[in-house]
Design a protein around this ligand. Structure first.
Ligand code: TA6
Length: 274
């Protein structure tokens, strides 16, 4: 199928299970929509998102791989200029498999990345998507190479003032101040820019969007990132509208430790509970 929302020429696949639906783009293997029932979307997609000219789509669930954020120096021995969040957000993936059972509908997208700045051999990566009474997204790489990864999910929020993510570790790395911080409560709220890396997060988080309760299951992760750009960054980012910061937060399931050179299986499960 071609197109989703205003991204009219984007190659996409729609999954349907009972009343539930999800849409995934072959560009970036990026889930763009998840509706447990027809109506409001759990995921947020920017009205200004674009995908031509090597632009990553702003919204949905971008796949960050094999690095998160600016490239780690250990993954860039030749000090090349490399994109934020890795190299697969702006490539076309292929449909590899699809399954329909009585309990779920699933598809697997795959991509073979020819070579990496630090790794001469090609590497294959899969994104497995399963729709049932929840949406499960798994990123799998069987190669034992140094790799970071994140499922950088953008969630729609009804009211940013009442939005909460918990339980989170009390210690976190604060990317806004560039320092380690300690919170007295295991919860993130949003009153200014938030860009935090929480190490050793729980396997289950609750996201209260001000209108709905979501349960976010995660596995294979060693970090959770919570991000909202707030007003100034929304204004200064060309694929965000001025007031976009009122409409979403990112809660990201990530593996950031490079020394664990082990096969990757990183999963986020999104379930509407209320
Ligand atoms: O995960 C949070 C973050 O790393 C922020 O620092 C912010 O820049 C965001 O991701 C978006 O990155 P992008 O490359 O998509 O503009």
């Amino acid at each position: 199928q071609t197109g989703f929302g205003h991204l009219t020429d984007l190659p996409c696949i729609t999954l349907q299970f009972g009343e539930a639906s999800a849409v995934v783009s072959l560009y970036g293997a990026q889930v763009l929509s998840y509706q447990p029932a027809p109506g409001d979307d759990i995921l947020w997609l920017s009205p200004l998102a674009q995908w031509h000219n090597q632009t990553p789509i702003r919204g949905g669930v971008p796949v960050c791989w094999p690095w998160f954020g600016p490239v780690d120096a250990r993954l860039n021995p030749k000090q090349q200029s490399l994109p934020n969040h890795g190299v697969v957000r702006t490539r076309l993936w292929q449909l590899a498999e699809q399954h329909i059972t009585a309990d779920s509908v699933s598809v697997t997208l795959a991509i073979t990345v020819p070579a990496l700045p630090y790794h001469p051999d090609e590497t294959t990566l899969q994104l497995q998507l399963t729709l049932s009474d929840s949406l499960t997204i798994s990123l799998v790489c069987n190669s034992v190479i140094a790799q970071q990864a994140a499922l950088h999910s953008y969630f729609s929020v009804a009211n940013i003032d009442n939005t909460r993510v918990q339980p989170l570790p009390l210690q976190y790395q604060d990317k806004v101040s560039g320092s380690d911080q300690h919170s007295s409560k295991p919860v993130a709220t949003f009153k200014a820019e938030v860009d935090r890396i929480y190490a050793k997060p729980a396997a289950k988080l609750q996201l209260d969007t001000g209108a709905q309760q979501l349960e976010l299951g995660q596995s294979g992760q060693d970090a959770t990132i919570v991000w909202n750009p707030w007003q100034d960054k929304s204004r200064n980012t060309k694929d965000l509208a001025d007031d976009s910061y009122l409409e979403f937060i990112c809660v990201e399931t990530a593996r950031l430790q490079l020394q664990e050179a082990a096969p990757l299986q990183l999963t986020q499960q999104i379930k509407l509970t209320q």
